[in-house]
Design a protein around this ligand. Structure first.
Ligand code: FMN
Length: 190
């Protein structure tokens, strides 16, 4: 399976990108699946004026982004909590695409905050977003509180105690993602 990780903070000196990098490393190091971060700060999409398939002059990088999303088997959305929800950059990027890019794929959600609560409201809001785009929400979420104490800027874990939380999340995510991907192969043989 190929997994895309949407890193959705575009803030200068952002912290949640550390978590996206960490998940990418962990999945790739395990070697069973491949993972790739799609960095919304790097894509730098303007506020959506029209959806991609009807856009007369799509923003640079949008077709590439859509293709990467389409080609991947499962997704992880990583977002900080901003005012009780996920980032507008995530909503903006998702709104550009057809629901078909995400539908019938497992989508895991990871929320991030510098505080203790781990941005749980952002995680719950992302679960609603996943339903709206006909994805399969992974019931196990990964709220990451105190991100600065847990990950360095390269995406390396600095709090060994948190490894258990990540392991649990990745196990549940992978289980559902594999089940969905296998079912699709049966329905649509390669
Ligand atoms: C606009 C804004 C709103 C925020 N709202 C919340 C919030 O509702 N709950 C929370 O726990 N932290 C909140 N924070 C703190 C963020 O969790 C913290 O700044 C985190 O590092 C943001 O992720 P980022 O660095 O990847 O942008 C907010 C931060 C910003 C910039």
């Amino acid at each position: 399976m190929h997994i895309t990780i949407l890193s959705s903070s575009t803030r200068l000196n952002r912290n949640s990108h550390r978590v996206a990098l960490a998940l990418e490393k962990m999945i790739n190091e395990k070697g069973e699946h491949t993972a790739e971060v799609l960095d919304l700060a790097a894509y730098d999409f303007p506020v959506m004026e029209e959806v991609l398939h009807r856009h007369p002059n799509p923003p640079a990088g949008l077709a590439d982004f859509a293709e990467k999303v389409r080609r991947s088997d499962a997704h992880i959305f990583v977002s900080p909590e901003y005012n009780g929800s996920y980032t507008s950059a995530l909503k903006n990027a998702v709104d550009y695409l057809k629901e078909g890019e995400f539908s019938q794929k497992a989508i895991g959600v990871v929320s991030v905050s510098t505080g203790m609560m781990g941005g749980i409201r952002a995680a719950l809001a992302m679960q609603q977003l996943v339903l709206a785009i006909f994805g399969f929400p992974v019931p196990q979420m990964l709220p990451v509180g105190q991100v600065l104490q847990r990950f360095d800027e390269h995406g390396d874990l600095t709090d060994p105690g948190f490894e258990k939380n990540i392991g649990q999340f990745l196990r549940q995510f992978t289980w559902l993602a594999e089940a969905v991907a296998e079912k699709k192969q049966v329905l649509v043989p390669a």
